[in-house]
Design a protein around this ligand. Structure first.
Ligand code: NAP
Length: 333
């Protein structure tokens, strides 16, 4: 079969499509024929050597939608079903936090979804939500899971609240926007691109600021009414601005640091009685609850572009330059 594998840390040029044997599922595993996969920032970081515990060569890819070929053990789908894969492997017994030592993410070190076939634990396979194309469903797993846990499980969003979503063009943040609107929240978004702000408004964002041309956007956001919850992954100076924007008693959920570590003033943190929640990926129950939002109908993920597997280097470059709005899809077969 064809598999897109990373061989070194020279960037997307180090990616190669290799001919490798179809993997054989072990007891308790499933074999899935992948139709479409999707990129995450993690995939780019891996090609750049910016991710821990790298092993080479490895087939990248955490997101996938395909057809279940066979499974043994506990599986929510049957052979022949269209399925999506939960990329969070071995979360552990505690729904509150993953087993940091025993858990991992599909696509490094375990071979991932940028291949014609993948094996995963059978319990990580779920029926594809009805009403979504394979390309749309392929965008959901990692980003949807992370977004759901950040917004709902850790962020505790409630209907009628206002949510600040920083860097809305990001794959995960477009899901935060999608879910926040579905759950009845008012949303304020930021982006470095006016075009992306327009696309976010078309998805239901209520108010938007360009952080590149309006560096004091947090003051304007604050002036537009109390902000209950902020969700961020951009790092750098953004968490401090989000803290500035939040109402007294507000919450900040953080799942990433694309621009590196953050420095923040502690005074507004304790004076405003704020809560900061760190979050990563999500538990099996988060994944099931997230899929249910799509099953309930009407939600469509933001797809930026669809590339063929052979165009992966171009797709990776697009993400490395943060040109995308939403998810970049790879059509596998
Ligand atoms: N902990 C976890 O489980 C987990 C899971 C998924 C992702 N992550 C991390 O979360 C981050 C985002 O992942 P992703 O896959 O969604 O990546 P992505 O699609 O590449 O999104 C990155 C986005 O960051 C935004 N950004 C860049 N500089 C910014 C700034 N100064 N202020 C505000 N926003 C800024 C940009 O938004 P605009 O284009 O709108 O400007 C960009 O689109 C990455 O660091 C990733 O490693 C962590």
């Amino acid at each position: 079969m064809k598999a897109l594998r990373v061989h070194d840390t020279s960037g997307p040029r180090g990616l190669r499509i290799d001919d490798v044997p179809v993997p054989e599922p072990r007891n308790g595993e499933a074999l899935v024929a992948i139709r479409a996969a999707a990129l995450n920032r993690r995939d780019v970081f891996i090609t750049q050597g910016l991710y821990p515990n790298l092993t080479f060569p490895t087939t990248l890819g955490s997101d996938g939608c395909g057809t279940l070929i066979a499974a043994t053990g506990d599986c929510a789908a049957s052979a022949g079903d269209d399925v999506v894969i939960d990329p969070m492997l071995d979360w552990g017994a505690d729904a509150r936090v993953w087993d940091a030592a025993g858990s991992s993410i599909l696509g490094m070190p375990r071979d991932g979804t940028f291949a014609q076939y993948v094996t995963v634990p059978a319990c990580n396979v779920y029926p594809k939500p009805r009403g979504l194309s394979p390309e749309a469903a392929a965008t959901i797993p990692l980003a949807g899971l992370t977004a759901y846990r950040a917004l709902v499980t850790r962020g505790g969003v409630r209907s009628g609240e206002t949510v600040l979503i920083t860097g809305v063009g990001g794959g995960v943040q477009t899901f935060v926007l999608l879910f926040a609107k579905r759950l009845g929240a008012r949303t304020i978004v930021t982006s470095g691109s006016d075009e992306k702000l327009e696309r976010a408004k078309a998805m239901g964002a209520d108010l938007g600021f360009n952080y590149a041309t309006t560096p004091d956007w947090q003051k304007r956001a604050r002036a537009a009414g109390p902000i209950d919850l902020a969700v961020d992954s951009s790092g750098g100076d953004t968490p401090a601005k989000a803290i500035d924007a939040l109402r007294p008693g507000g919450r900040l959920a953080i799942y990433g640091a694309t621009n590196g570590e953050a420095t923040m003033r502690l005074f507004p943190l304790f004076w405003k009685h704020l809560t900061i929640a760190g979050t990563s990926m999500g538990s099996p129950s988060d994944f099931a609850a997230m899929l249910q939002l799509f099953e309930d109908g009407g939600l469509q993920p933001a797809i930026d572009r669809v590339y063929e597997l052979g165009e992966a280097a171009e797709a990776f470059e697009r993400m490395a330059q943060s040109e995308q709005f939403g998810k970049i899809v790879l059509r596998v077969s």
